[in-house]
Design a protein around this ligand. Structure first.
Ligand SMILES: [Zn+2]
Ligand SMILES: [Zn+2]
Length: 262
């Protein structure tokens, strides 16, 4: 499914070409996506030995795939991240391996390099139906059924079974797969009382909204594909960075930060 990566890259290139407050973020993200696509391809074309889904076993392949991403960030990333990428390129292999394993066992959205490297690895595991090992977290309705990851972004799309309302899906921050989710419910704590759930959007981003919860004060962005069918949720989440600033100013914390830290 190389189409997945090409769709993300095309959308990021297109939006990065527009004059907007998130132009620099999108330019960087477009480069990052290219590196992630290369990582994905390296796993997809790997035959012998094939991946096991156990990161400890797969570590040599994953660690060596990371180089392309580090080189890209060193070249295109914002200064602090570029410096960190350079340090990791010079680091002992054990240091990098430990970073990956730590993220695998205890995911944190601030672990940029591990998250960015493992997304395409996990995406490939999902497509190849290789069950990830060592990620047996407490599961809930709002965690990814495949890998247990948290949701990165939600989207609405028309499905024939329920065309009049449009159905809601969540995209996993860790493996980038999506799963169906109820429409009026907090994607963090499961709150479903309408009075506790708030939806905010600005005319600037007509197809994107903040889906916020007054009970846990968490939010996620929702991308409405019934309004803009060619939007790409992970990319439009970054394009609408201004909404994240608004949510932060109003006391909401994102369920999971995206790769540009918003
Ligand atoms: Zn997942
Ligand atoms: Zn909540």
């Amino acid at each position: 499914m190389t189409d997945f990566w090409n769709d993300q890259i095309e959308r990021a290139d297109y939006l990065a070409g527009e004059l907007s407050g998130s132009k620099d973020l999108l330019t960087f993200y477009a480069q990052l996506l290219r590196a992630q696509k290369e990582i994905y391809e390296s796993h997809r074309h790997r035959n012998n030995p094939s991946l096991s889904g156990d990161l400890e076993t797969d570590l040599p392949a994953v660690r060596s795939s990371m180089t392309v991403l580090l080189e890209s960030v060193a070249l295109h990333g914002p200064e602090s991240l570029a410096n960190e990428a350079q340090d990791l390129l010079n680091a002992e292999p054990d240091v990098v391996a430990q970073k990956l394993l730590d993220y695998w066992r205890t995911p944190a959205d601030t672990e940029f390099f591990a998250k960015a490297t493992l997304q395409p690895y996990m995406r490939w595991l999902a497509e190849a139906r290789i069950t990830p090992v060592g990620r047996e977290f407490a599961r809930s309705e709002s965690s990814c059924p495949f890998c247990g990851g948290k949701p990165q972004v939600s989207f609405l799309q028309s499905k024939e079974s329920n065309a009049e309302s449009g159905n809601r899906d969540l995209i996993c921050a860790t493996c980038l797969c999506s799963w169906q989710f109820r429409r009026i419910v907090c994607a963090s704590c499961g709150e479903e009382r309408p009075a506790q759930l708030g939806y905010f959007h600005s005319p600037e981003f007509d197809h994107v909204r903040i889906e916020a919860c007054l009970s846990c004060m968490r939010y996620i962005k929702g991308v409405d594909l019934t309004r803009l069918g060619h939007a790409v949720p992970l990319v439009d989440d970054i394009h609408s960075a201004a909404l994240d600033l608004w949510a932060g100013e109003h006391g909401y914390t994102k369920i999971e930060l995206n790769l540009v830290g918003l």
